[in-house]
Design a protein. Structure first.
Length: 121
């Protein structure tokens, strides 16, 4: 019995704790897209799973957040791809309850744009 308990504790501690908090589907504040955040190796990635605009179905399945590494409690930093302009930016994410804020920056962080997301599941 003790061995089983140890195996369960060990398997739970092997998963990245903060990445699990952000895992799930998130709805953008404008209601036009949903992104699934999930672990990808020891990082977090986000992939478009739904778009309100049916004219751009080719973007569904596109990874828009990648290489997101823990950078503190409930925060990650990595890269954000903007499918609207085809550019990749340095990106950050912060989680507060069921609200996720993502930002993409250029010029070493001098110019940033933030987007809010709410947890769908």
């Amino acid at each position: 019995m003790r061995t089983i308990h140890y195996a369960i504790v060990l398997s739970l501690s092997a998963a990245p704790a903060l990445a699990a908090d952000v895992a799930g589907v998130w709805l953008r504040d404008n209601g036009h897209s949903r992104v699934r955040m999930a672990p990808c190796g020891d990082m977090v990635c986000g992939t478009i799973v739904w778009l309100k605009d049916g004219d751009t179905p080719s973007r569904v399945g596109q990874r828009v957040f990648y290489n997101m590494k823990e950078s503190g409690a409930n925060s990650w930093s990595g890269n954000a791809f903007n499918p609207e302009d085809g550019k990749t930016y340095s990106g950050k994410m912060s989680l507060s309850g069921n609200t996720l804020t993502t930002s993409g920056c250029v010029l070493g962080g001098l110019i940033c744009r933030s987007v809010g997301w709410s947890r769908v599941n």
